[in-house]
Design a protein around this ligand. Sequence first.
Ligand SMILES: Nc1nc2c(ncn2[C@@H]2O[C@H](COP(=O)(O)OP(=O)(O)OP(=O)(O)O)[C@@H](O)[C@H]2O)c(=O)[nH]1
Ligand SMILES: [Mg+2]
Length: 161
Amino acid sequence: MQHVIIVGNARVGKTSFIYRLTNKTFSESYCATIGKDMHVINPTLTLHDHSSMERYQDLCRLHYKTAHGAIVFFDSETVNSVNIWVGRIRRENKKIPIIKVLNKCDMDTVSDICDLRISCKENKGVTDVLPLLIPRMEIPIKTSPLQTLVEYLQQSYCSIS
Ligand SMILES: Nc1nc2c(ncn2[C@@H]2O[C@H](COP(=O)(O)OP(=O)(O)OP(=O)(O)O)[C@@H](O)[C@H]2O)c(=O)[nH]1
Ligand SMILES: [Mg+2]
């Protein structure tokens, strides 16, 4: 199983991205993510939607060590935060591939530091995100069903060793 973390400031559209990808829907309303939410995309890939709230960053930081790939989300108002998120991840995990995704390109968004521009609202570029990241990730070693279960529990609670 490969684990991809999605990080970024509040309201940049991390949860909207997952909803667009999995439910093919978009909502204008906002409900902050608490802690982190897991979304199993297929038998080999799980997305982890991290809360942007400072009080959950210790929990999320533990998870940076074990993740296989990372997506830093931002919008035109949070361009300056991108390097902060990349730095936080790099401190915990030197090798993890990271892509930078500029969301809300339906609005007037300009940035030369992004790997991809998308709009969850208009459903533009959403399906290009994972194909950009996954080839950069290490191929996981095949594990037994028991190991997979243990790994799942570790990713869920981050406290089992
Ligand atoms: N215009 C526009 N608005 C968007 C887009 N994607 C998300 N939004 C809006 O941005 C707001 C925040 O979206 P969320 O997906 O909840 O943001 P988040 O990054 O998960 O926020 P936290 O859970 O607090 O970290 C919502 O009101 C969405 O409707 C987009 O592509 N374009
Ligand atoms: Mg969210």
